[in-house]
Design a protein around this ligand. Structure first.
Ligand code: NAG
Length: 371
């Protein structure tokens, strides 16, 4: 006859097995939501949805993982280009068409939502996401064909650290609520059809370290509030239609290391603080209408892996202090209106004539000697 102790031990053994075997039992509502998400998508080559069978969506459903204590779906992470054995075995990158079902908004405990690099997922970003998924930390929809706007109330996602919708066909403006994303660290809106201006209070994103907004049709001026972003390390606003001056505050972003403003309609002078900054290693201002002289403010702590000021309206001399820079890797001052002798010095030793081509009257090595 089974003693009570024996029964208790048996119960504990089952409970432990259930917890260890990944057998957190899937919430039925979450399972139903996943089914409608699957039904809105077509993935013809890899068969990733073949694993989405049975009742327990927390157990070995490809790309799905649950919070072990609540049994609620916490991560939905499907990447078309990854190191996953399923993809490496197939020897091809993923392809998926269809839409992101608004049923994602029924996964109310979601912390990660990734549909990345499936190339052909189309339709809108479900507008219910910001109001329905308060725990969302990562929203990564890069590399599809999503269209329509970024949900206007995106700023509600107070825990969001990553927002990546790059390489889609997103249109409309940057929502005015976006600067309230107080946890945002990585923002990538590159290569879409986003228009309008960058919100003036963009600098409110105090945690942001990468802001990649290139290859859109953003217009208006660069907000000077960017100068007060304590963690901003990479800013890419290239290939837009931004105009007006470069705010002088951009020289005082404390940890800025790369700044791409190339291919815009920016005018006015180069802020001196930007060139005397010790942290900035890549500066590309190519193909704007920047005018005035190049500030003569380089020093022995200036270290530029790339400094591209080509195709602007710069005049005056090549700054003398540039020859005292610790390092200048790639320098391009071509297609401006510079004049006079090119300084001597180690940063110039390895440079070729193309770095200085098509100016008004530059001379000296690597160009022909001055007369
Ligand atoms: C700077 O931008 C221009 C225009 O987009 C590009 O052609 C050039 O290669 C860039 N320079 C560097 C050093 O990346």
């Amino acid at each position: 006859m089974a003693s009570p102790l024996y029964l208790l031990l048996l119960f504990i053994a089952f409970a432990v097995a259930a917890a260890e075997g990944g057998a957190t039992v899937c919430n039925p509502a979450d399972r139903a939501a996943l089914m409608s998400i699957r039904d809105a998508l077509t993935e013809p080559y890899l068969g990733i949805f073949a694993s989405w069978t049975g009742d327990n969506c927390c157990n070995r459903w490809y790309g799905v993982s649950c919070d072990p204590t609540t049994g609620r779906v916490a991560d939905l992470s499907l990447r078309g280009e990854s190191e996953d054995p399923l993809l490496t075995r197939s020897g091809r990158s993923g392809l998926m068409s269809g839409r992101i079902s608004p049923s994602v908004c029924l996964l109310t405990h979601l912390s990660t939502l990734i549909f990345a690099d499936w190339k052909q997922i189309s339709g809108p970003i479900p507008s219910c996401i910001p109001s329905s998924l308060p725990s969302l930390r990562v929203l990564d929809l890069v590399g599809n064909r999503l269209s329509g706007p970024i949900p206007s109330d995106i700023g509600h996602l107070s825990r969001l650290t990553v927002l990546n919708v790059a390489d889609n066909q997103i249109s409309g403006q940057i929502p005015s609520s976006l600067p309230s994303l107080s946890s945002l660290m990585h923002l990538d809106l590159s290569a879409n059809k986003i228009s309008g201006s960058i919100p003036q209070n963009f600098g409110n994103l105090r945690m942001l370290s990468r802001a990649l907004l290139s290859r859109n049709t953003l217009s208006g001026s660069i907000p000077s509030s960017i100068g007060s972003m304590p963690r901003l390390a990479d800013l890419d606003l290239s290939n837009n239609q931004l105009s007006g001056p470069i705010p002088s505050t951009l020289g005082s972003v404390p940890v800025l290391s790369s700044l791409y403003l190339d291919v815009n309609h920016l005018s006015g002078p180069i802020p001196a603080a930007m060139l005397s900054s010790h942290g900035l290693g890549i500066l590309n201002l190519s193909r704007n209408a920047i005018s005035g002289e190049i500030p003569d403010v380089f020093g022995d702590r200036s270290y530029f892996t790339a400094l591209d000021l080509s195709f602007n309206d710069l005049k005056g001399h090549v700054p003398r202090t540039l020859s005292s820079a610790a390092y200048v890797g790639h320098l391009d001052l071509s297609h401006n209106h510079l004049c006079g002798p090119i300084p001597n010095g180690s940063p110039f030793d390895h440079l070729e004539a193309t770095s200085f081509a098509a100016n008004d009257c530059l001379c000296g090595s690597p160009l022909p000697a001055c007369h």
